[in-house]
Write a protein that binds this ligand. Structure first.
Ligand SMILES: [Zn+2]
Length: 229
């Protein structure tokens, strides 16, 4: 996978459908670099950092987490700098860490999720907790570049965090627009409509989803309207 560039200060490693790895992003401010999501494993993080190193880019000072699901967080223990998550994500990761402490839990998880079995064929799973926990919204001044890290309602998980970068017209949504994988991928219409209102209210041009290529705000809202019925 090759590192892609969006605008002058946004770099992203594309999602990898074959193993369900999500997109990883680096926002390069004048003073601080912020990553969005920590990836599925140490191997995933290291692939991302190797690409940053090759491009002469800094490793992140901060890594914002969009939600607790394994493919976005199980690389947190290898993240450079500090990890930042909302309080609910911290709670859900603590629960995941406690349940995976049971020796029978990891093999059971691998049997239930082929992509985890593939990602963790050899390595052990390490669940790290966030260094920085926030409620509501966090405003990060990266130096000439602002990241608004905000909690939002979404049909995917109840710990959804979006990252809005006004100077670049970007909105990172993680998997917020998907249904709930723990409920047969059901899309709760009320939560979807709440998310659509949030997106509509944010001044951005380009939306980035964890498991897709970047797309326009209007294109995304048009697609979500078809799901909302
Ligand atoms: Zn997810």
């Amino acid at each position: 996978m090759e590192l892609n560039k969006l605008g002058e200060r946004t770099f992203w490693l594309p999602h990898q459908p074959e193993n369900d790895r999500p997109m990883l992003v680096l926002l390069k401010g004048d003073r601080l670099a912020l990553a969005v999501d920590a990836g599925a494993s140490a191997a995933h993080v290291e692939e991302f950092y190797a690409q940053l190193d090759d491009a002469g880019l800094p490793r992140p000072d901060l890594t914002a987490i969009t939600h607790w699901h394994w493919d976005h967080t199980f690389g947190m223990h290898r993240a450079h700098g500090l990890t930042v998550a909302c309080r609910r994500t911290g709670e859900l990761l603590a629960q995941a860490r406690a349940s995976l402490a049971d020796p029978a839990a990891v093999p059971a998880l691998k049997r239930s999720e082929e992509h985890i079995a593939c990602e963790y064929a050899e390595a052990g799973i390490v669940v790290a907790l966030p260094d920085v926990v926030f409620d509501g919204e966090l405003l990060l001044d990266l130096g000439g570049l602002t990241a608004r890290v905000l909690t939002a309602a979404s049909p995917h998980s109840d710990d959804t965090v979006l990252v809005h970068v006004p100077e670049e017209g970007l909105l990172f949504l993680g998997d917020a627009t998907c249904g709930d994988p723990f409920d047969g991928w059901r899309v709760d219409e009320e939560r979807l409509r709440a998310l659509m209102r949030t997106i509509e209210g944010i001044d951005c041009e380009t939306c980035l989803l964890g498991h897709a290529d970047p797309l326009g705000k209007g294109e995304l809202l048009g697609y979500l309207a078809t799901l909302a019925g």
